[in-house]
Design a protein around this ligand. Structure first.
Ligand code: G3P
Ligand code: MG
Length: 241
């Protein structure tokens, strides 16, 4: 089966990342799902934003976790504004777009699940995180929501033997339903089919190279997280119109 094409921060090669414009463009590029990043504001709201501070957008390192929702809404992100999780769920519900919500920090599970229930999106999302604690919290609030464990190069120790890189222990401890590895993890091509055969979804990030997209599909990846959904579809000879 062809992997799902998951738009990384929306169609972020062609529109400002993590904005409704990027999500709408991803839909037009026929993404099957959209990945987006979540950060808490100081007044308890959840916004769609990747970085811990605003430096990349306004040249000032204002810390998101110390900003209010109103302050975040004033930020200009490439001519767009920062969406709230509520507004994004409302959009996704209305167009029938599944989401991969990445928790950039622990501490958001209660509010996140509250919104998922309000917008009837509980069964239309995978919630992922690099932080096991964030996924444990999510499981405690609602064990039925799909959880993906993100693994990057920084959590991999190049000096350990390959078998210690095996992700099953972490996936079991977290009770994850999916593994979200970085596409360049050493040993990935060897371990991916084993994880997939064990019944986990494997959604690999962030891959724009058509050759690598095809090789990951051949290895059995369930999803390709990409900045270029239309090109990824073309790479897999999937319909693009
Ligand atoms: O969810 C995959 C990917 O988004 C993780 O890295 O830094 O782009 O959020 P990052
Ligand atoms: Mg992300």
């Amino acid at each position: 089966m062809a992997p799902l094409i998951i738009a990384h921060r929306g169609a972020s090669a062609d529109a400002p990342e993590n904005t409704l414009a990027a999500f709408e463009l991803a839909r037009h590029q026929r993404a099957d799902m959209i990945e987006l990043d979540l950060q808490p504001t100081v007044d308890g709201e959840i916004v769609v934003f990747h970085d811990d501070d605003t430096a990349r957008w306004n040249g000032r390192a204002d810390v998101v976790a110390r900003m209010t929702l109103v302050e975040m809404r004033r930020l200009d992100v490439g001519g767009e504004h920062v969406p709230t999780l509520a507004e994004t769920l409302d959009w996704a519900r209305s167009v029938g777009m599944p989401l991969n919500l990445e928790l950039k920090k622990p501490g958001m599970a209660v509010r996140c699940v509250q919104l998922l229930r309000e917008f009837r999106m509980v069964d239309q999302v995978i919630v992922s995180s690099f932080f096991p604690q964030a996924l444990h919290e999510l499981r405690a609030v609602d064990p039925a929501i799909a959880r993906g464990y993100l693994m990057g190069i920084r959590t991999y120790r190049p000096d350990v033997r390959l078998r210690e890189f095996w992700p099953f222990g972490a996936l079991r401890r977290i009770g994850a339903t999916a593994w979200h590895p970085y596409h360049g993890l050493p040993g990935l091509d060897w371990v991916l089919p084993k994880v997939q055969r064990a019944g986990y979804q494997v959604n690999v990030w962030t891959v724009d190279d058509p050759v690598r997209i095809r090789s990951l599909a051949t290895l059995g990846a369930s999803g390709i997280i990409t900045n270029t959904p239309a090109a990824a579809r073309a790479a897999l000879a999937l319909e693009t119109q």
